[in-house]
Write a protein that binds this ligand. Structure first.
Ligand code: SF4
Length: 448
């Protein structure tokens, strides 16, 4: 804590400490960062800064899903250590903290503490303990009520579970975030109600497998599955839009898809992670479904909800992937025509089965397959977006942009930009598409 001496009389003013936080990776990490900001502000009087040089505390909230972010971590620690102000602390949190633990301090002694992805509620403890390492993946903070902070007041992200019970052979998440525990629905509803009071009309429900919700709670004996949770949340007054990520194809039963299609508050945008179109590879990945199952679920969604948009994740170059396997992935792309696709080359991760699989695929071949997949997907996206010309959507505006523009998303998740002012923020209005592009649509507001 810095004190500043006034020149009128010997009076001291408490200067707030400054926090600089960098968040890498997924929406769960963004929400974990919001939790840390809230705890540090409310219990340790830290205020956010974008200026590294004025920070008293620097946090890097890390991601481990691929090798690249991990390699980047140590060079970043070096840069932060070089440019930080004297006496400032550096903390490493998130998934890389969970899997590297104390090794981070061994490799980079400038790091003051290491806090794993399942120990976020301990942030105010470790910040005051030199070289503290808290990386347990058994720690249960599913009922911990974090302080309030949201990076965008118009939309709330709310965790509904922590960890993951699956064992996909390529994925490091179970090793860094631990077993899956659902957060009691009363805490979730309470948190959303608070967010609505402060201006959020939209909520994004977060979990590694949201539609597996309710399988296990920490303390409570509650019985509530995901469809029931959605119904409970839909009753919250003032909440108009519900989004969620990420569901698992394995838990997409007809009841869930029916609720998705018929519940007016649920946004008609759904993420269905495929990973591979080949049934034999899906088996080697331990995904638990086949190519046919996957297509069947997507067809069911499209049948009940023709305007819904479907996004997905795809890995190319998984060990053992043959040309025929890859053609299966291309075939699913043709059949489902995803409106959005996150696609990557397979990256062997520590503490995962597939890292030890034989027949690892040559990097150049993976690269060639990724290029072909993304090129075909780009063609599909262009067709989908061009067809939007003149369409009218209900858009929820939540961000001011430079040049007198405001951005928001339609119910089906498309990104919109219009000319307008902050008056539009927090409103759902009719917008007509006047210009299309691959990643976003320009529109004109029809009626506020
Ligand atoms: S479901 Fe599979 S891919 Fe998703 S977080 Fe769990 S282990 Fe990873």
């Amino acid at each position: 804590m810095d004190w500043m001496k006034t020149n009128i009389s010997t009076k001291y003013i408490l200067l707030p400490k400054k926090l600089f936080i960098e968040t890498l990776g997924c929406a769960m990490n963004v929400r974990d960062s919001e939790h840390m900001i809230a705890e540090l502000n409310q219990k340790e009087s830290y205020e956010l800064t974008e200026e590294l040089s004025e920070a008293d505390l620097i946090i890097i909230n890390t991601c481990s899903v691929r090798e690249k972010p991990v390699a980047k971590l140590f060079s970043e620690i070096g840069v932060f250590n070089k440019y930080k102000k004297e006496g400032a602390k550096i903390g490493v949190t998130g998934c890389t903290a969970s899997h590297l633990g104390a090794d981070i301090i061994k490799r980079a002694p400038a790091v003051d503490f290491v806090l794993g992805a399942r120990n976020v509620s301990k942030i105010t403890d470790v910040v005051n303990r030199k070289h503290a390492v808290e990386v347990s993946t058994d720690f249960d903070e599913s009922t911990y009520a974090f302080g309030e902070y949201r990076s965008n007041p118009f939309k709330a992200m709310v965790n509904i579970s922590i960890g993951c019970d699956k064992s996909c052979t390529f994925c490091i998440v179970p090793a860094t975030r631990g077993d899956e525990i659902s957060i009691p629905s009363s805490l979730i509803v309470q948190e959303i109600k608070k967010a609505v009071v402060t201006g959020a009309k939209e909520v994004m429900l977060l979990g590694q497998n949201v539609n597996n919700y309710g399988r296990r709670f920490g303390a409570s004996e509650e019985r509530c599955d995901f469809t029931e949770l959605l119904q409970k949340i839909s009753k919250i007054e003032g909440l108009e839009r519900i989004r969620f990520t990420s569901p698992h194809p394995l838990h997409m039963d007809d009841t869930f898809i029916q609720e998705f299609a018929s519940n007016p508050k649920i946004c008609k945008q759904i993420h269905v992670p495929l990973q591979s179109g080949s049934t034999s590879l899906l088996k080697a990945m331990k995904r638990g479904y086949t190519k046919e199952n996957f297509i069947n679920r997507c067809e069911k969604i499209r049948a009940l909800c023709p305007d819904a948009t479907i996004s997905t994740d795809v890995i190319v170059g998984f060990p053992g992937e043959s040309d025929a396997d890859f053609e299966d992935t291309m075939d699913v792309l043709e059949k489902v025509r995803f409106e959005q696709m996150f696609s990557f080359k397979y990256s062997p991760r520590p503490q995962t089965e597939a890292a030890d699989f034989e027949d690892q695929i040559d990097n150049a071949l993976s690269g060639k397959r990724l290029t072909r997949l993304q090129a075909r997907h780009t063609e599909i996206i262009d067709e989908i977006m061009d067809a939007q010309m003149g369409a009218v959507h209900k858009v929820y505006f939540d961000e001011l942009k430079p040049n007198g523009r405001v951005s928001g998303r339609s119910d089906d998740g498309k990104l919109f930009f219009v000319q307008g002012s902050e008056e539009l923020l927090g409103k759902i209005v009719d917008v007509k598409v006047i210009k299309t592009s691959r990643g976003a649509l320009d529109g004109e507001v029809l009626q506020v």
